[in-house]
Design a protein around this ligand. Structure first.
Ligand SMILES: Nc1ncnc2c1ncn2[C@@H]1O[C@H](COP(=O)(O)OP(=O)(O)OP(=O)(O)O)[C@@H](O)[C@H]1O
Ligand SMILES: [Mg+2]
Length: 359
């Protein structure tokens, strides 16, 4: 069964609490304002914007005392031919050192500067200068105001009246590679836009399917280094979540089955598949996942796909709920009408015929 109210209850528990989201907003706003207003950076900072799971509404509630991470992009006007990524990061680290709240809390992470605050991690990615057209887009109010997919379901980058051109097509930004050795292309704007579109095409269920499966995998995974997580899981869900789904349960089931059926040959051949990045299609998002780690993930997905199909097809509420609990654990609510755990009660209304199951 699709059990929408059960899934809603579960999602309330796996979304970050409003209090935590408020703290995230406070932390990233303070950092962005600090850098934009810093006198040394006046001519360098073009704008800042949010990306990552926080921006795309795919962030899950932190588990086991971990902190949520908020990904912040800082767009500079620095020429990538003149400036190396390491030099740019060094310059920003020196600026961060001026502020007591950041001085002892930052560290270089190759691609980004990580700031570890009391309850939040901020990941600051610094870019080289983009084209004039892209700068205008990034600075436009319509781009910056869409702070999450959930809060702005109708957001589209090319349709807003305040954009400089209707024709504009997203283009890559340059960010440091993993070792800050050279500039590398990334396209977070396309990723954000794609997520908005996908969420609309899936009746608003897509980001919830992503969160549910990220949650499942966070608890199911052995946590071994090299296993796919975070954005990699989101990418796979995006590839395998059909448009038009009518429930989170349906999305979860079809995504798990899609992964199981698509990558069987890669696993048999001991390979990690090529998973295209929606931003830069020539990039393999799974490039750094060793084949044995992909296999571990695949084996879990395969087993979970069977459980999900059984729970989804199960016409009995109590046993279907138990099936979903078998996947998600206690974060999934217990059966509301479990006659085996209480004495018979007269039904308050006559039984209604069940809707046809998804075929
Ligand atoms: N392998 C990758 N290929 C392309 N883009 C990536 C890749 N890894 C990360 N990114 C981009 O950088 C962002 C921040 O990465 P991060 O590891 O924080 O993942 P996330 O999606 O924010 O998930 P999480 O909730 O685990 O933080 C991603 O959302 C994505 O836009
Ligand atoms: Mg993140």
């Amino acid at each position: 069964m699709i059990l929408p109210s059960y899934f809603n209850d579960m999602l309330t528990k796996i979304r970050p609490s409003q209090d935590l989201l408020d703290q995230c907003a406070e932390a990233h706003t303070e950092l962005r304002e600090t850098l934009i207003n810093d006198s040394e950076l006046q001519d360098i900072v073009v704008t800042t914007f949010l990306q990552g799971s926080y921006r795309r509404s795919t962030l899950i509630r932190p588990v086991n005392g971990s902190k949520p991470d908020v990904d912040v992009v800082l767009v500079t006007s620095l020429n990538p031919i003149v400036w190396t990524p390491a030099q740019v990061q060094e310059r920003f680290c020196q600026v961060l050192s001026k502020y007591s709240r950041y001085r002892d809390n930052y560290r270089r992470q190759g691609r980004s500067i990580g700031l570890s605050l009391e309850k939040i991690n901020l990941d600051l990615v610094i870019t080289a200068t983009p084209s004039k057209a892209l700068r205008a887009i990034l600075k436009s109010e319509a781009f910056g105001s869409a702070s999450s997919v959930d809060a702005h379901p109708e957001w589209r980058i090319v349709k807003g009246p305040s954009f400089p051109t209707e024709e504009w097509k997203s283009e890559p930004l340059l960010i440091p590679d993993r070792d800050a050795g050279r500039w590398e292309q990334t396209d977070p704007i396309s990723q954000i836009e794609w997520t908005h579109d996908k969420n609309r095409e899936t009746n608003g269920h897509y980001v919830n399917v992503v969160k549910a499966l990220k949650w499942w995998w966070t608890h199911e995974s052995s946590g071994r280094k090299g296993l796919p997580k975070g954005y990699l899981i989101e990418c796979l869900v995006g590839l395998h979540c059909p448009d038009g789904i009518e429930s989170v349960a349906e999305g979860i089931t079809l995504v798990l089955e899609g992964i199981r059926d698509t990558y069987i040959n890669d696993v048999r051949r001991g390979k990690t598949p090529f998973i295209q990045d929606v931003g830069i299609p020539s990039n393999n998002v799974f490039q750094r996942v060793p084949p044995n780690c992909f296999q571990e993930f695949y084996v879990s997905v395969k087993a979970c796909a069977e459980k999900a199909r059984a729970a989804f097809d199960d016409p009995d509420e109590v046993s279907s709920v138990r099936g979903w609990i078998g996947i998600f654990g206690n974060v999934f609510p217990p059966p509301k009408n479990d006659s085996s755990s209480r004495t018979f009660q007269k039904p308050r209304k006559p039984a209604e015929p069940r809707k046809a199951r998804f075929a």
